[in-house]
Design a protein around this ligand. Structure first.
Ligand code: NAD
Ligand code: G3P
Length: 326
């Protein structure tokens, strides 16, 4: 199975590196010609994954047509660009593995729903979990969920990607795997706010727990399974991303918590903080299914600049007491 990777940001590059540990022919599409050149000539992705020496088995191209000979495609562009990129790739009936974590603005669609429209003949899998790209590219031990409704295909894709240090766990719950990855990015912004505003470790733990309750309420309303939400792609990734400034989403939140404006923090960013795009569409999607997500609403308000951090925290803490259950 010849692997093609579409998107040469940090995560696409790390996944190409994973595939290249056993495969002598991995092709990655970079939107930026200078990134292709840097990978092919210097064996490094200086723009998006600096400091990692890349395998000589990875070739880069900036021509999407060059992916025509690939047997399976990993889609690793940011979520808001999945549809436009798929429109340019004649995917046909080749399996696609969706790796972006987000919800499409405007349509409120999950990535699998976008892909089902844009590449209707392609079998779909989702790869999602607690996976900082630098650690994966450096070969540090990592476990991840690979979800595919077709169990046999899921197993063959997992076998194709698995390495001693990269361990996919199989699931058939595609929606559940996607919801965990999309929602945790928004909650990571909230945890960053807690850090930036100096609210302490108790508050961070409370936010992870109550954030997980929000993720679970929304996930269950959308048909996700409890074990998926409590697994690597849900709780696992929530804990990772809420714990470290290595997370772009957590860092963005930290800046907000320090009182900086979202527009300034997001201006001229080359790397993506998906939670900033997911937050408003997630809030809408939650209202569609009648689910309360107060932490997500709070992140939306901060991103819009509607409210100051102190006022927001006071409002969250003043909510009526309630039962802990979902
Ligand atoms: N970085 C990680 O550790 C990590 C881990 C797991 C999942 N992810 C997810 O992978 C996805 C990609 O993130 P990343 O970290 O690789 O990106 P990145 O922040 O490293 O790089 C940004 C990417 O966006 C691409 N881009 C910009 N404008 C574009 C356009 N108009 N059309 C298509 N692509 C465009 C750039 O070419 C580049 O590949 C995100 O959904 C992210 O949540 C990231
Ligand atoms: O840097 P972040 O916040 O986009 O997080 C990266 C990955 O999603 C962690 O699993």
């Amino acid at each position: 199975m010849k692997i093609g990777v579409i998107g040469a940001g940090a995560w696409g590059t790390a996944l190409a590196q994973v595939a290249a540990t056993r495969d002598r022919d991995v092709l990655i599409w970079a939107r930026e010609p200078e990134v292709s050149a840097s990978i092919n000539e210097a064996r490094v992705n200086a723009a998006f994954l600096p400091g990692i020496r890349l395998s000589s088995a990875i070739r880069a191209t900036s021509d999407l047509a060059a992916l025509a000979d690939r047997d399976a495609l990993l889609l690793v562009t940011p979520a808001q660009f999945l549809r436009s990129v798929l429109a340019e790739v004649p995917v046909g009936a080749r399996p696609i593995i969706l790796c972006a974590k987000g919800i499409e603005a405007g349509t409120r669609m999950l990535m699998s729903e976008v892909a089902a429209e844009a590449a209707p003949d392609a079998p779909i899998a989702v790869l999602s979990g607690p996976t900082f790209a630098h650690e994966v590219a450096a070969g540090l031990p990592t476990a991840i969920t690979l979800a595919c409704e077709d169990e046999a295909l899921g197993r063959s894709l997992a076998d194709r990607l698995a390495r001693p240090g990269f361990r996919p766990y199989l699931s058939t719950d595609v929606i559940g795997a996607e919801i965990g990855g999309a929602v945790k990015n928004v909650l990571a912004i909230a945890c960053g706010v807690v850090e930036g505003a100096g609210l302490g470790q108790n508050a961070r733990a409370a936010l992870i727990s109550r954030g997980f309750a929000e993720m679970s309420r929304f996930g269950l309303a959308r048909g996700a399974r409890v074990e998926t939400l409590a697994g690597l792609s849900g709780l696992g990734d929530l804990v990772l991303t809420c714990s470290s400034t290595n997370s772009r989403n957590f860092s963005l939140g930290k800046g907000l918590g320090e009182g900086r404006a979202a527009a300034d923090l997001l201006a001229d960013r080359r790397t993506v903080a998906e939670g900033a795009f997911t937050a408003p569409v997630l809030a809408e999607a939650a209202r569609d299914v009648g689910v309360e997500m107060p932490i997500v609403d709070a992140v939306c308000a901060l991103l819009k600049g509607d409210i100051k951090v102190d006022t927001l925290i006071d409002a969250l803490l003043a909510r009526p007491l309630k039962n802990e259950g979902l």
